[in-house]
Design a protein around this ligand. Structure first.
Ligand SMILES: Cc1ncc(COP(=O)(O)O)c(C=O)c1O
Length: 396
């Protein structure tokens, strides 16, 4: 009999929605023109570009001409940070100052480290033990040299939300630009870029039921950035290269679906997440340690530690059972490194070793939640039974 596979790793990547798949295939098959060509085939492709731009803008309550398509979240983050900092670095005057948090995704963290090598000054803000960030911490870090603050909207490992709207009030008053990596927030919370008050926002297709290798950077109208990819002048000169039309059309359709289905879907997911947390906790003697602020978080993410267990062993056993979850982030899983996010939150290193992330999405069901609880608790009990550190609970 074929093994039943259950997927609880939506933060690593989402399955492509069948409706999005249809759009992707139709555009790839029927609309092969180059959007820059001046004949009918080109015009058709350009029309697809325009429609997709409006669909993405619609979800963000932005204007279509503020959307710049990229190859994903990492490129959008690189474009935002380098596009702002590199012109300042070229001026060779006072080194520009960049503020990020200690829990940013590597796409921001590593870009900041590279800019530091190029001469920028970087401040990494600490977070509280529940993963939150206080606006006052941001205010105190801003100096006369600060050019850009880049802070994620939702954390990929814990789901904790940063108060970007409050932070935007501070950066606006201090005349500093604000970028947010909203890759893990899009579709999970409502985003209105004007109400949020940021200047740039990154998003990625494969976290919102579109394919991998496509994303976008929203840039507030009037803000000028240096391009990263030079060439044919596509995307208003900001990102050269013939456009990934099927991917872009798919991202547009995925954003349109999110615009239509957002509220109900997130309510359902939050209900399943809460049920899953309760059931796991109960099944394992209330010995799990849950991370992150209980309320200020996206509805789909659970970050928890299993005491006396190594998450790599746990993940491998669960994988054999057909269950897909991850240790912290997918990036951390592939390098087998501990979670720097949990470390930054001051979580005990012994618990960081046993940390896992469970993330739900559009096709999660209560039946799958129950199956996960059954398999997860069976594997943990097996690992506890062979752990010399495990202490059975004394009878009450
Ligand atoms: C918060 C965050 N930012 C950026 C990225 C990178 O996006 P992409 O995989 O599209 O490059 C990810 C992906 O895991 C993410 O979670």
């Amino acid at each position: 009999m074929e093994k039943r596979k259950i997927y609880f790793d939506y933060n690593a990547t989402t399955p492509v929605d069948p409706k999005v798949c249809r759009e992707l295939a139709e555009v790839a098959r029927d609309c092969f023109g180059n959007p820059s060509s001046s004949h009918d085939f080109g015009r058709e492709a350009a029309a697809v570009m325009a429609r997709s731009r409006s669909q993405v803008a619609g979800l963000l309550r932005a204007e279509a001409d503020e959307i710049y398509f990229t190859a994903g979240g990492s490129e959008s983050d690189n474009l935002a940070l380098k596009g702002v900092l590199l012109p300042r670095l070229r001026q060779r005057k006072t080194p520009p100052h960049l503020v990020i948090s200690a829990v940013e995704h590597p796409a921001v963290r590593e870009t900041a480290a590279w800019l530091e090598k190029m001469g920028a000054v970087v401040t990494r803000l600490p977070v509280a033990s529940d993963g939150t960030l206080r606006p006052e911490t941001v205010a105190a870090a801003i100096t006369g040299q600060t050019v850009l603050v880049s802070l994620m909207l939702a954390n990929n490992e814990t789901g904790v939300l940063f108060p970007l709207a409050e932070i935007a009030e501070i950066t606006r008053k201090k005349n500093v630009l604000l970028h947010t990596d909203a890759v893990q927030a899009l579709g999970k919370i409502e985003i209105d870029v004007r109400r949020l008050g940021v200047d740039m926002l990154s998003l990625s297709g494969h976290k919102v039921y579109a394919p991998k290798g496509v994303g976008a950077l929203w840039i507030r109208r009037g803000l000028e950035l240096d391009p990263l990819v030079h060439g044919g002048g596509q995307e208003s000169g900001l990102r050269a290269g013939t456009e990934n039309l099927p991917g872009i059309a798919a991202l547009g359709r995925a954003c349109e679906i999110l615009s239509e289905e957002y509220g109900e879907e997130q309510k359902k997911i939050a209900g399943l997440r809460d049920a899953l947390e309760q059931k796991l906790d109960q099944a394992l003697e209330r010995r799990l340690v849950f991370h992150g602020h209980r309320r200020l978080r996206v509805p789909n993410t659970i970050s928890l530690s299993v005491p006396w267990v190594d998450s790599e062993a746990l993940l491998s056993y669960l994988d054999l059972e057909g269950v897909a979850i991850s240790a912290g982030s997918a990036c951390a899983s592939s390098t087998h490194s501990g979670s720097s996010v949990l470390e930054a939150m001051g979580v005990d290193p012994a618990l960081v070793r046993g940390a896992v992330r469970i993330s739900l999405g559009r096709w999660s069901t209560l039946e799958e939640v129950d199956l996960l609880v059954e398999k997860f608790s069976a594997v943990v009990r097996r690992l506890w039974s062979i752990s010399p550190l495990y202490k059975p609970q004394s009878p009450e």
